[in-house]
Write a protein of this length. Sequence first.
Length: 439
Amino acid sequence: MSCGTHFKFEVKFKEMSSDYLKVVLLKQGAQVRDGNKYRLTPFGVTNGEIISAPIESAQKLTDHEDVKTVYRVVFNSANINHAFVPGDTIGVLPSNNEDVIDEILARLNVASSANEVCELQILEGTLKKNPSVPKHLPPKSTLKKIFQNHVDVHTPPKKLFLKSLARFTQDPQERAHLEHLCSPKGSSDYTKLITTSGRTLLGLLKTFPSCGPPVEVLLEHLPPLQARPYSISSSPLSGKLEITFFVVVRDDGSKGLCTGWLERLIEEKADIPVPFYFRQATAFRFPKELPELPVILIATGTGIAPFRGFLQDLELQGRFNRDIWLFYGCRYKDKDFLFKDEIQEFEKSGVLKKLSLSFSREQRQKEYVQHRIEASPDFFEWILHKDASVFICGDAKTVVTDVRTCICQTVGKYCGASDGEAVVRRMESTGRLIVDTWS
Ligand SMILES: Cc1cc2nc3c(=O)[nH]c(=O)nc-3n(C[C@H](O)[C@H](O)[C@H](O)COP(=O)(O)OP(=O)(O)OC[C@H]3O[C@@H](n4cnc5c(N)ncnc54)[C@H](O)[C@@H]3O)c2cc1C
Ligand SMILES: NC(=O)c1ccc[n+]([C@@H]2O[C@H](COP(=O)([O-])OP(=O)(O)OC[C@H]3O[C@@H](n4cnc5c(N)ncnc54)[C@H](OP(=O)(O)O)[C@@H]3O)[C@@H](O)[C@H]2O)c1
């Protein structure tokens, strides 16, 4: 890394350098060309325009050791001009934890210059074809900001990255170990040590203490810090933009990057704007046409988020004329039944025609939404004779697959086992069975 005219620190191996990037420290007062516009906004509408809105209010919806911690967040709408529809999603752009970034920058020996303005340039004489500064890195910023907002330091490093790191590892044994991990022979060791254990950049630098890469090498290899999508869980008619999320807790006790960051903002009551953008619409929208046809909504846990938006929207529009049936499953009736009061109110007001609840941990035997579906002869009636549409929102690997199988079997019970699958396939191909899922 060079600093205008002098070198700020020297790389151990002078003959080695990064492949194509150079970080040049600029003189005091240099203008920054930074900001969220350099962050990637996949599936963004309106050219991925980024909105910054502080959290206006937040509410913890669950509070017990045997349930996930779920928050409902309301964003301050002052800067939000985009019209959204229930079922839409926003992409939240999180920041890396400052303590983690400080530790990485200290480990790279660049802590003392981390807050100085620097420019990313192309290394003279690079052998890389058509080199350019990656789009997700701001051309003039500070190392601290680049590491906090633009690069992913949590995803386990790829083999090519390890290969580069090996070049800057002094200890011969450590270097040989790194080289082994990225060789074809070391594939299963790579999986064990890096992928399965979810080793992050910092974890790797701790495991290989003699590894001292120039900061440029990290900027060349670290992937962009990705936005996290969240379903909008409110109606635009409420005048509020809300999301509902659960805090991811990994096996080692650490929290998910975005959900942990949002939780910290909530706990600290920080008035820090949360950058996000509106994502392109999907088929996950409440049908406006043919109001005489019923709709079945099936959700588990935080999968209720988009449905709460649907139902609130119908209530605020005063539309009570449609037959809507909600199946909702959570663990306990009093600990993690999200939006309990509102859902009961939707039933009373007539927005919901039917409500079927299942609580998986209230009794010895698990009670899932599938049990309610199987036990409801009307379900078959609504699908086969009333042409109901079905929306499912839940865990992709388990809930959605199991609910689909259950629908096939339930429908098959009445019209012949093989026909159940055919009916469901036809519903999928004609947009009458729509799934929204993640994980
Ligand atoms: C279309 C779409 C809509 C979404 N809507 C919502 C929503 O409304 N509400 C919501 O809460 N989330 C929603 N998500 C998920 C959300 O985008 C994030 O992926 C999630 O919040 C985790 O982000 P994070 O940065 O906190 O975790 P990361 O730091 O990205 O960590 C996630 C990693 O942690 C691990 N992990 C994930 N889940 C668990 C778990 N339960 N226990 C242990 N480890 C786990 C996995 O290895 C995963 O790769 C949606 C995703 C998509 C694609
Ligand atoms: N827009 C979107 O795509 C979107 C938005 C929000 C949420 N989601 C999805 O919704 C899921 C919500 O789950 P959660 O993690 O918040 O809640 P959770 O508390 O982990 O699970 C909710 C309920 O589902 C039950 N369950 C577990 N396995 C099941 C299965 N195979 N079939 C039916 N029910 C099952 C759980 O029971 P036990 O734990 O007692 O077994 C629990 O009662 C997320 O994983 C996510 O995939 C999607």
